[in-house]
Design a protein around this ligand. Structure first.
Ligand code: NI
Length: 139
């Protein structure tokens, strides 16, 4: 059984790669290259799987999952400028692809402590950046 739980957070960013020229950045990233940045209302779907807990009949302790997401994602990212306020993006373009990878690293790093011995696994992260764009990371 898997469970997917949805979270939302809003952050701002600017997509600009120092490896590319101004013109290439503008062409590649479009409005997301705006020098003063802009915000997105991200939708984050976290999918977990594992054996059902016999006592609770559930696949994951939702309180533990919410606490983990709050500590690792919502707290650090909500209403932040990703380029300037999240150290992982100091030298990495904060595309949603890279955002998914960073969230994956954070969750995997803290997973064992949050779900100590329960067999709950992190399976998938999906982030909706706009109504047209969503990105998935299979773990
Ligand atoms: Ni953008």
């Amino acid at each position: 059984v898997t469970l997917t739980r949805r979270y939302r957070f809003s952050s701002s960013h600017r997509l600009h790669s120092p490896a590319l020229s101004e013109a290439e950045n503008a062409r590649l990233y479009g409005k997301c290259n705006n020098p003063f940045g802009h915000g997105h209302d991200y939708v984050l779907d976290v999918t977990v799987g594992g054996p059902l807990d016999e006592a609770t009949g559930r696949v994951v302790d939702l309180t533990a999952l919410d606490t983990l997401i709050e500590e690792q994602v919502l707290g650090p990212f909500e209403h932040r400028n990703l380029n300037r306020e999240v150290p992982a993006f100091a030298g990495v373009v904060p595309t949603t692809e890279n955002l998914a990878a960073e969230i994956g690293r954070r969750l995997e790093g803290a997973w064992a402590a949050a779900f100590n011995g329960s067999g709950t696994r992190l399976q998938r992260i999906r982030i909706e950046e706009t109504k047209r764009n969503s990105f998935a990371l299979e773990l």
